[in-house]
Design a protein around this ligand. Structure first.
Ligand code: ACO
Length: 331
């Protein structure tokens, strides 16, 4: 007889750089205004790393806090998944660097890039390993240094992003609690709408802009906006349906923090009041795969969630990708 386990979140942690970059600071760098950024995105400020600091340090800090919160030693970890689209090195991976810095000698480690949906992808994989009993403790870290890849001359993108990390330790929990269901998806045909070249720079059809394949992040904002509103609704409904729950059963939705108007648009389609949706993007901007664990950690520390509450985590972004998780809080 094969045994299956329920997988839940045992501990959470997050970390942010100290340096704050406000909309007013950005007015001095590009042709923009606090009024435009606030109105069009909801963002007031973001945290950014010093140029000479790697992003992995944020991941190490967030991971240590999550282990502490879980009451688990680093040596007890079986696997580390770091979700990132901004690894400091392609090799060693961010996950191997974090493994060495926290002393998790027994853990396997790999990086996962599903852009802003990365953390949901990471939780989905961790859930499979833990449910099957193959692994007991998996650390998932969303760790991003977007300030290192944005084009600080492009007002269309540089005002949107920030740096940070959020981490969760996943492991077995009481039956009926933890991850109830997960959903992940991708549409590579739409991938050309957010691009960031890496090892290949040259003429081909992925990049929308011709003759301008610089090593910077580029995005067709309005195309991504339309996709994001639609997919946030669909991915949220998918996990509700699969778990046989309705919106009334949900205590809090923690979405990827890209733009307040995306969240408002999706809330309207989902017919859910905005106070059921956690937001902190005014303080941090879009931190890609770190935004969901960071938001969840804030909601948890602010005591907005308690044992038995149903939560939906939902992400969307580059690839294009999306994903959602329905969790029954077990702590
Ligand atoms: N300051 C002032 N004006 C600006 C700025 C700025 N920072 N940025 C753009 N504008 C201008 C544009 O140049 C344009 O001017 P024009 O009409 O003279 O050409 C005008 O404002 C309107 O631009 P739009 O692109 O139509 O503005 P929109 O309302 O769509 O907002 C935004 C743009 C904020 C980018 C929005 O489309 C958005 O949030 N998109 C989704 C982004 C997202 O969710 N990304 C998630 C994934 S990211 C990842 O995976 C890394």
């Amino acid at each position: 007889m094969s045994m299956t386990y329920s997988c839940g979140i045992l501990g959470l942690g997050s970390s942010l750089p100290e340096k704050v970059l406000t909309n007013y600071d950005l007015e001095k760098i590009v042709d923009t205004s606090d009024e435009w950024i606030s109105k069009r995105t909801g963002i007031s400020q973001r945290r950014v790393l010093d140029e000479d600091k790697p992003a992995y340090q944020l991941g190490v800090d967030a991971a240590k806090k999550a282990l502490d919160d879980a009451g688990i030693e680093a040596e007890e970890l079986d696997l580390i998944i770091v979700t990132t689209e901004t690894p400091d090195y392609l090799t060693p991976s961010m996950s191997c660097i974090i493994q060495s810095k926290i002393g998790a000698q027994k853990a396997a480690a790999f990086d996962l890039n599903a852009a802003c949906s990365g953390f949901i992808y990471g939780m989905t994989i961790a859930n499979q390993f833990i449910k099957s009993g193959y692994y007991k403790h998996v650390l998932v870290v969303g760790c991003e240094g977007l300030s290192k890849i944005v084009d600080w001359k492009d007002r269309n993108t540089c005002v949107l992003f920030g740096d940070g990390a959020g981490a969760a330790v996943l492991g077995p929990v009481e039956e009926g609690y933890g991850i109830i269901t997960t959903h992940i998806g991708a549409d590579g045909v739409l991938g050309k709408n957010i691009t960031m070249p890496c090892c290949y720079i040259g003429p081909e059809d992925i990049q929308v802009r011709s003759g301008d394949n610089k090593k910077v992040l580029w995005m067709d904002g309005s195309e991504v906006f339309k996709f994001a509103v639609r997919i946030m609704e669909q991915a949220t409904n998918k996990v509700l349906e699969d778990s046989g729950l309705s919106m009334e059963d949900i205590k809090l939705i923690v979405p990827h923090q890209a733009n307040i108007r995306i969240i408002e648009g999706a809330a309207k389609r989902l017919k859910v009041s905005e106070d059921k949706i956690f937001t902190n993007l005014h303080k941090y901007g879009n931190i890609s795969s770190a935004s969901i664990p960071l938001g969840l950690n804030e909601a948890y520390r602010e005591k907005l969630i308690s044992k038995g509450d149903n939560l939906v985590l939902v992400g969307f972004g580059g690839g294009l990708t999306w994903g959602s998780v329905l969790v029954r809080w077990s702590k």
